[in-house]
Write a protein that binds this ligand. Structure first.
Ligand code: ADP
Ligand code: MG
Length: 453
């Protein structure tokens, strides 16, 4: 036994002697005799309790006596902390036991941790950067900053689960000894209910309370489940008090969640809540480019922009669109063209996709913004400003509606498809070079967008 070893064993022996003078014999035998000192770390005497219940009992009935006893024998230099025995039984203090406790084997990552949800694959934008940096910060020093608990909240499909798993993956990478427990609130509830059924609530509590990091997804599903919330409340307290990191996700700002106990919500306030907003247009484009690349697809920029214009609410839908386009093109053995993309988008957004929006609407809008009559736009005039408005009309019909080159040609005064290609290319180039054109395109798109979805 090394010196340190003797110190904590003898410290506990002295404290135990002290407790004899403070407590009746039965209390001592029932509650303190089974405790095993296992280490002194960070000026805390670590005591192993045989089970959760005994620890909770001591904590609620004899806390001050224990504190006093340890304080007296250590000149108030040491406090104490409990751990719960892993096998629920008292253990002998042996060299091997001490060895196991100090030299932990690396743990495998939890099986339900999704390895593909990493920070590296999470696209950052103004809608989620705060949530991402808070998550990274927690991963680098779990339990050691004031972001405890960290709560990531926001609507469906915005990347909450992705971030939660990224935290788990990063912590595991940084420290494979760290005990990470990651579950959905449904799984937590189910585990709890099963443990009640099988009379194994102690094991249930232990499984969660032994975690170094607890990651719980979608806590809104605790709504109305009083007994589960009770359990969660205790788990939460035990972990938070011992400096263990807790991260949760929710569909709403915690303060606005109905059906969750007040005391639980007020505990959450001690940490940090960060939101994720729906992605804006540019971020949707970035996500689509990334997802297309991940799937080995090369998509025309116009197609990407078309999807980003129509699918706005969440990232899951953007991803879904890409997958469906890919599936459809390979199953039907078809090229990925506008037609196919339009079909997929229409299927995905259903009736909210406005089939009414036509070339006519585009021309009307172009006419309004460029101050050129509709007849002129679809007519034969070669005047520069008219020709430019016509090219804008062709470009936007292609870009927003995905109308075929041939149909656009027919509508704009019976021109052939190469004229349309030329128009699209010209406007593409002008957008890069000429501020006025870029603004016109933006305004028209924005205004038409209102009528789109
Ligand atoms: P939530 O949990 O908020 O409902 P998810 O985390 O399940 O959303 O995200 C839905 C899908 O979108 C997942 O496949 C996820 O990888 C992807 N996703 C969400 N946000 C991003 C992002 N910022 N970058 C890359 N992929 C994302
Ligand atoms: Mg989720």
């Amino acid at each position: 036994m090394d010196k340190n070893n003797i110190t904590y064993v003898s410290l506990w022996e002295s404290a135990y002697e002290k407790l004899k003078g403070l407590l009746p014999g039965h209390a001592l035998n029932t509650w303190f005799e089974p405790l095993v000192p296992v280490a002194i770390t960070n000026d805390e005497l670590v005591l192993e309790a045989p089970n959760q219940f005994s620890y909770e009992w001591i904590d609620s009935h004899y806390k001050s006596n224990l504190k006093e006893a340890i304080g007296v024998v250590s000149n108030n230099s040491i406090t104490y902390r409990f751990i719960v025995s892993a096998n629920g039984q008292k253990k002998q203090i042996e060299e091997s036991n001490v060895f196991v406790k100090t030299k932990k084997q690396p743990l495998p990552p939890p099986v339900n941790l999704n390895k593909s949800y990493m920070f590296e694959s999470f696209i950052q934008g103004s809608n989620n950067e705060f949530a991402k940096s808070a998550s990274e910060s927690v991963s680098d020093s779990p339990g050691k900053n004031s972001f405890n608990p960290l709560i990531i909240y926001g609507g469906v499909g915005l990347g909450k689960t992705h971030l939660l798993h990224s935290i788990g993956n990063k912590i595991h990478q940084n420290n494979p000894n760290s005990k990470i427990v990651i579950v959905t609130s449904e799984k937590f509830t189910l585990d709890f209910v099963n443990s009640l059924r099988k009379n194994r609530t102690i094991e249930f509590a232990q499984q969660y309370r032994n975690a170094d990091v607890l990651l719980i997804d979608d806590i809104q599903f605790f709504r109305g489940k009083e007994q589960t919330q009770e359990q969660f409340f205790h788990t939460f307290n035990v972990l938070q008090q011992s400096g263990k990191q807790i991260v949760m996700t929710a569909d709403k700002y915690p303060g606005e969640m109905k059906g969750l106990q007040e005391r639980l919500l007020s505990r959450f306030e001690s940490g940090l809540s960060v939101d994720i907003q729906p992605p804006n247009f540019e971020i949707r484009i970035a996500i689509l480019l990334e997802k297309a690349e991940q799937n080995g697809m090369v998509l025309d920029y116009n197609v990407i922009e078309f999807i980003a214009r129509h699918i706005k609410k969440n990232v899951r839908d953007l991803e879904g669109a890409i997958i469906r386009i890919l599936a459809k093109s390979s199953l039907l053995n078809k090229e990925i063209d506008f037609q196919l993309v339009k079909e997929v988008i229409r299927e995905r957004i259903g009736s909210s996709f406005s089939p009414e929006l036509s070339i006519e609407d585009v021309v009307k809008k172009v006419s309004e913004i460029c101050n050129i009559s509709e007849t002129e736009i679809v007519g034969k005039s070669r005047k520069m400003e008219v020709a430019e408005a016509r090219q804008l009309g062709m470009y936007l019909s292609r870009n927003i509606l995905g109308t075929s080159l041939a149909n656009i040609g027919v509508y704009f005064g019976g021109r052939d498809h190469s004229t349309v290609i030329h128009a699209v290319k010209t406007i593409d180039e002008k957008i890069l070079k000429i501020e006025k054109i870029r603004k016109q395109v933006d305004i028209i798109k924005q205004e038409l967008d209102f009528s789109l979805i």
